[in-house]
Design a protein around this ligand. Structure first.
Ligand code: SF4
Length: 386
């Protein structure tokens, strides 16, 4: 089994940028914009003595405000944006019967694994950037406009559950705004360290909200943090775009679960959508080998590297005893679904701020501007193509 863990390039990316962030926060000439991944809100509190997996988006937003970031936005907003682009891309590929199955592309470790080990199959990856990178480019383009600030003054920070997001933001193609789209990534644990280091009393903070418009999100955006979540979010939107009818059940429980590979058929009007959900890279190898051999009959496949998706990412609070680790994973998953359940909007295409941004700035999904800002190309080393 090829292993990304042994990649020296990844090892070099276990760097900590807390001091860089502190410096930016103290500089009056720098406009700091922060985003938080879906999985961070169900794990950060563990480092402050809360129960395993306790959901605290309000405290997290309050802590970021107390740290004095100029704008406290959310990756969940960009997860909704990803669904608009990825859902439209999937419909196009199905209509044209081209490069199917389509694989999700929001996990940078998975993308790198594909580029290095199956370069001849990278045309099956969605061309969508990950939510982190979509948010980054939006902050320095549309965000610069609405905040009336020169993009050169914006320092964009993201809080992520994993270290490979640090690698992703340094990829040379991730500068579609004309600047580095995401300047620095901190992991969940590094954010907890920063909050403690700045003497912020997390427990006693008054809960607050992420800022609008780029901090608004639906339940579909928040379930990106768990395995099967991107698939479920895409089905909620894809169903309604294709059939022009409301989806019978917003909870697409068929794709939920924690097994390493799940294969399901979902009825979308007249279409029988064949989907797969993979969690853990070792489980994707048989799927890719089947695809190479020409006997994989699926339309859309979600792949996440970590055991149960991003909630179990390597940058999350560490639990060394297995019994606690498994309990944490279970609770973080439960908290994610209950957050989704309790949000007023649960489908990405119903996020009013996303609709407004398309109307005012981007045009349409897969349009010229969206294509330039929100999509990417993969790095294929010819010598690796077998
Ligand atoms: Fe990072 Fe793991 Fe999520 Fe992939 S699945 S983006 S490696 S936390």
């Amino acid at each position: 089994i090829p292993s990304i863990i042994k990649e020296p390039m990844f090892a070099a990316y276990n760097k900590c940028d807390v001091e860089k962030v502190k410096k930016a926060l103290q500089d009056p000439n720098i406009f700091t914009v922060v985003q938080c991944a879906p999985a961070v809100r169900v794990a950060l509190s563990e480092d402050f003595g809360y129960n395993l997996g306790e959901l605290t988006p309000g405290k997290m937003a309050a802590a970021l405000k107390a740290l004095k970031f100029d704008r406290v936005y959310d990756t969940n907003f960009a997860a909704d944006l990803t669904i608009m682009e990825e859902g439209t891309e999937l419909i196009k590929r199905i209509t044209e019967q081209e490069n199917l199955p389509m694989f999700t592309s929001c996990c940078p470790a998975w993308v790198k694994f594909m580029e290095d080990n199956y370069p001849e199959l990278t045309n099956h990856l969605s061309s969508c950037k990950s939510p982190q990178q979509m948010a980054g480019v939006v902050f320095k383009t549309y965000g610069a406009k609405i905040n009336n600030i020169d993009p050169s003054q914006i320092f964009s920070i993201s809080i992520m559950p994993c270290t490979c997001k640090k690698f992703e933001c340094d990829r040379e193609e991730m500068n579609s705004s004309g600047y580095k789209d995401v300047d620095v990534v901190l992991t969940t644990r590094e954010l907890a360290y920063l909050i403690k280091d700045m003497d912020i009393d997390f427990k006693n903070l008054k809960e607050t909200k992420f800022e609008t418009p780029l901090g608004e999100y639906s339940g579909a955006g928040t379930i990106f943090g768990v395995t099967g979540g991107v698939m479920e979010a895409a089905i909620r939107t894809g169903y309604e775009l294709i059939t022009k009818k409301s989806i019978p059940s917003v909870d697409v429980i068929e794709v939920r679960g924690t097994e390493g590979f799940r294969e399901k058929q979902i009825k979308v009007g007249d279409l029988n959508l064949k989907v797969g959900v993979v969690t853990g890279l070792k489980n994707v190898i048989p799927v890719l080998e089947k695809l190479k051999a020409g006997n994989l009959e699926l339309d859309f496949i979600e792949v996440m590297t970590c055991p149960v998706g991003c909630v179990s990412g390597g940058g999350q609070p560490k639990l060394l005893l297995e019994e606690y680790r498994l309990e944490a994973y279970e609770n973080r998953i439960k908290s994610t679904y209950s957050h989704d359940q309790n949000l007023p909007t649960r489908k990405s295409h119903e996020n009013l701020e996303i609709q407004k941004m398309y109307n005012e700035y981007l045009g349409e999904p897969l349009g010229e501007k969206s294509h330039h800002l929100l999509h990417t190309k993969y790095c294929i080393k010819k010598e690796l193509v077998k």
